[in-house]
Design a protein around this ligand. Structure first.
Ligand code: BG6
Length: 511
């Protein structure tokens, strides 16, 4: 029996400490702040991880008093926090929250924010370190950054207090627009000051991929074309588009999930061991993987990239609408809500090993997992029965839910005869550590305060990923709606997704 360990969920060895700073959240009264950022900051406060003088200043167009903002934050914490709201803890945290209104279009529009920051920083003894968090629609990224520069809010790196920028995805709609945003930001912030969020990298299980690979001598020697048959990465969502049609209609699953989350997962599984945990060393190795992905062209997009869109169906025993009937969706929309693809990492380590990626909305369950399937054992000894070949060993990393990983191995069934069957060795976070993992945003906010960019997307990686998916975007534009397969809500995507993997003699593993 495992005894749950009393551990600090944020225990980090030799990591830089978070510095006291003012966190300025543009879009401070918006959905992301309400559901994720303010609850994450509250949990960091409860865990004693937030430097005590930290101040949070929400910024929005509409004026709000500090008290009204605290009430808004309180509701967010009540609904979305990992820990329940505790009266005394809340009072102390609430005292660090403030609000300022700003009009980005007006030349003097940041003046009230400037005055507010002076007062808050003076009162809390802060030295002027600032984190500017852009929790706003992407169209406002560049105007906000330019306005910050024009209003002299930004200090160059190395000259006194720090100024850091946090940018949420989507960074662009395609390679060109991503480069334009990155160029505009680079006029104001140097790359080490920029923290591009991919919240998957903040998930505990995703961080554990590197620990699993490089802190155990069991797995790493097997991670190559000699032993691995193929890799599957599935990020399945049960939810539909919900209230986000305005954004999703312009994005679709390839831009929304594959360009960032799935390719980052692939990079972590496939990267070479870095020579240190320095942010740029780790990110260099991940970039190498993205640069080694086999380029797509019209023919490979047609044969190896499947898209789909959900139609009406059943989810959790309820009838649900098809994508085109959802609120805010064009009834003739060609936006894909599902993508499955096969690719190869064309380097020495992975030559010939297919990587299958799959993501979609309105699938039967919410489950993200990476399965690394080893090669079959030879057809001798215990594997001579042609009709019933032994199952291959599979290492499955469960990213969510039921965080953990399992290894399926063959074992002898007890008894007088030699009978062999697969069994699972299982590691479960909650059983082992007895605590719910911190939310991705908790870790990521802490890292921005500490100036540790390891878990953030560097410009070259964002642009390499865009470059890689561009042939698929272009091809689908060219083909139009004619080749858009559909799948009923609550199923595992269009049939073409099964054919994609079955043609290679393999099958999807449903998490
Ligand atoms: C976001 C996407 O980046 O990730 C959403 O924009 C998606 O469409 C979400 O639902 C999934 O995140 P998680 O953490 O719930 O798996």
């Amino acid at each position: 029996m495992t005894t749950p360990l009393e551990i600090d969920p944020h225990a980090r060895s030799s990591a830089p400490a978070p510095q006291p700073a003012t966190i300025v959240i543009f879009g401070g009264a918006g959905d992301l702040a309400h559901r994720k950022l303010l609850p994450a900051l509250y949990n960091l406060h409860v865990d004693g991880l937030l430097p005590p003088s930290t101040a949070v200043v929400g910024v929005g167009r509409k004026p709000l008093t500090d008290d009204a903002y605290r009430q808004f934050a309180r509701e967010g914490v009540e609904q979305f926090s990992r820990r329940p709201l505790d009266g005394a803890q809340w009072e102390a945290f609430a005292a660090s929250l403030f609000f300022a209104s700003a009009d980005i279009d007006d030349e003097r529009g940041l003046a009230p924010l400037g005055s507010k920051l002076d007062v808050v920083e003076q009162a809390r003894g802060l030295k002027g370190n600032r984190i500017y968090y852009l929790a706003v629609p992407p169209t406002l990224f560049v105007p906000t950054v330019r306005q910050l520069a024009r209003s002299r809010f930004i200090t160059p790196p190395g000259s006194g207090p720090f100024a850091r920028l946090v940018v949420e995805k989507p960074i662009g709609q395609d390679l060109q627009s991503a480069m334009a945003i990155n160029d505009a930001i680079a006029e104001v912030f140097a790359e080490p000051q920029i923290f591009r969020i991919d919240h998957y990298l903040g998930k505990e299980t995703v961080q554990n991929i590197l620990v699993m690979r490089f802190a155990n001598s069991l797995f790493e020697p097997l991670f190559n074309q000699k032993y691995i048959d193929h890799v599957q990465i599935t990020v399945a969502e049960r939810e539909g588009v919900g209230t986000r049609a305005g954004y999703y209609e312009q994005a679709g699953a390839l831009r929304d999930m594959v360009q960032n989350h799935l390719l980052q997962l692939l990079a972590l599984v496939a990267m070479e061991p870095p020579h240190s945990l320095d942010a740029d060393v780790v990110r260099d190795e991940k970039l190498e993987v993205l640069q080694s992905l086999r380029p797509l062209n019209d023919t490979s997009v047609d044969s190896c990239v499947v898209r789909g869109q959900y139609t009406a169906g059943t989810a959790e025993d309820e009838r649900v609408l098809g994508y085109r009937q959802e609120h805010g969706v064009n009834p003739a929309s060609t936006t894909e809500t599902f993508v499955a693809l096969q690719t190869f990492v064309d380097n020495w380590r992975w030559a010939g090993v297919p990587f299958f990626l799959r993501t979609g909305k309105r699938l039967p369950t919410r489950a993200s997992a990476i399965s690394i399937q080893l090669k079959d054992v030879p057809p001798i000894l215990f594997n001579t029965d042609k009709a019933r070949r032994l199952d291959a060993n599979v290492l499955t990393i469960r990213i969510q839910p039921d965080e953990g990983f399992s290894l399926s191995i063959e074992s002898k069934v007890p008894g007088p005869h030699v009978r062999v069957r697969p069994v699972e060795m299982n590691f479960d976070y909650t059983d082992t550590f007895g605590t719910a993992s911190p939310e991705a945003y908790e870790r990521l906010l802490l890292d921005v305060m500490a100036g540790d960019a390891t878990l953030f997307m560097r410009r070259d990686s964002v642009e390499t990923s865009w470059r890689w998916i561009t042939p698929a975007l272009d091809r689908w534009d060219e083909l139009g709606p004619a080749s858009l397969p559909v799948y009923p809500a609550g199923t595992w995507g269009p049939e073409a997704a099964c054919h994609l993997i079955e043609r290679s003699g393999r099958r999807w593993r449903h998490p």
